[in-house]
Design a protein around this ligand. Structure first.
Ligand code: PAF
Length: 292
């Protein structure tokens, strides 16, 4: 596995690769990231088998903590940087090249050209609580796509809205990249793996699974309500938030949405649905989701 920092070195390293599969990360990797890496590897190997032309496929992971997507009171400075361990794990999971630019490499001057996703997708849910978050994500991902020029890019469904924003950006900008969504990896308890779980105390970690339990409850209420033709979504969402509040959480949202565009649902709905939630436990803000 090669580790490169500058854009020029990366372009040189990737030049022989006829097929490129890319996993963008901010490092501090967990099993969920590693499974995305394994998916990228499988895609490259599968396509290389199918088509000899693609024999020179490469997998690439980026590690870059992107200042643009952090708000002023968020955890940019304290976000764990675990570069050496990340590289060892990537190597063991099929990564050919790690791209780890410095801020100077990626943003040599202030990034004044930015990608602004549409408000109806980017100013709701996460975007409503983390202003500018999806501008920061879309800008860095678009820039990384331009640098890596992948054929395939793999993102986790854990960041459900992020995955949707990226898919729409790729479609609207006609980027020739196939976006693959990887399932959320969970601990045995049901807690979704996240880099920010590392902020939790042992006691908080045991409690953290309650977010996915609240989502499961709302998903069950949606299924039952849909089957009965009687579903009061606002009441079910309020009950799920109240249950978390009672346990000491500060929920931002627990909500039932259409998978297609994350628009709200008010009553019974035959379309594929998803429940999404974000809540603070102590100082740590966690997110999760579940397709219904
Ligand atoms: O999901 C993440 O880790 C980040 O948002 C991403 C996609 C690497 C962009 O910085």
């Amino acid at each position: 596995m090669q580790i490169v920092h500058s854009l020029a070195d990366l372009r040189r390293t990737l030049k022989p690769a006829a097929l490129r599969a890319f996993v963008p990360t901010m490092g501090n990797l967990h099993q969920g990231h590693l499974e995305l890496m394994q998916m990228a590897r499988q895609e490259v190997d599968k396509r290389a088998d199918e088509n000899k032309r693609h024999g020179g496929g490469m997998t690439v992971a980026s590690i870059f903590v992107n200042r643009l997507q952090f708000g002023p009171n968020e955890d940019f400075d304290t976000y764990p940087r675990t570069f050496e361990r990340d590289c060892e794990q990537l190597q063991a999971n099929g990564c050919d090249v790690v791209f780890a630019p410095t801020e100077q490499d990626l943003y040599p001057e202030p990034q004044v050209f930015k990608v602004h996703p549409p408000a109806e997708l980017a100013d709701i849910l996460e975007g409503a609580f983390r202003h500018g978050f999806f501008v920061g994500v879309s800008t860095v991902v678009h820039k990384l796509f331009n640098i890596v020029q992948p054929d395939i890019a793999v993102f986790g469904k854990k960041d459900y809205q992020q995955l949707m924003v990226i898919r729409r950006m790729v479609q609207q900008m006609a980027l020739p990249i196939e976006i693959i969504g990887g399932e959320t990896r969970r601990a045995d308890t049901g807690l979704a793996l996240s880099s920010r779980n590392g902020y939790l105390s042992a006691e908080e970690r045991a409690e953290a699974v309650q977010l996915s339990i609240a989502l499961k409850g709302l998903a069950a209420a949606a299924r039952a309500g849909n089957a009965a033709g009687l579903l009061d979504v606002a009441a079910a969402e309020a009950a799920a938030m109240a249950a978390l509040r009672q346990r000491g959480w500060a929920p931002d949202y627990i909500t039932l949405r259409r998978q297609h565009d994350l628009s709200p649902v008010t009553g019974p709905c035959a379309e594929p649905l998803v429940v999404l939630g974000a809540a603070k436990l102590g100082k740590t803000r966690l997110i999760d989701n579940l397709e219904v």
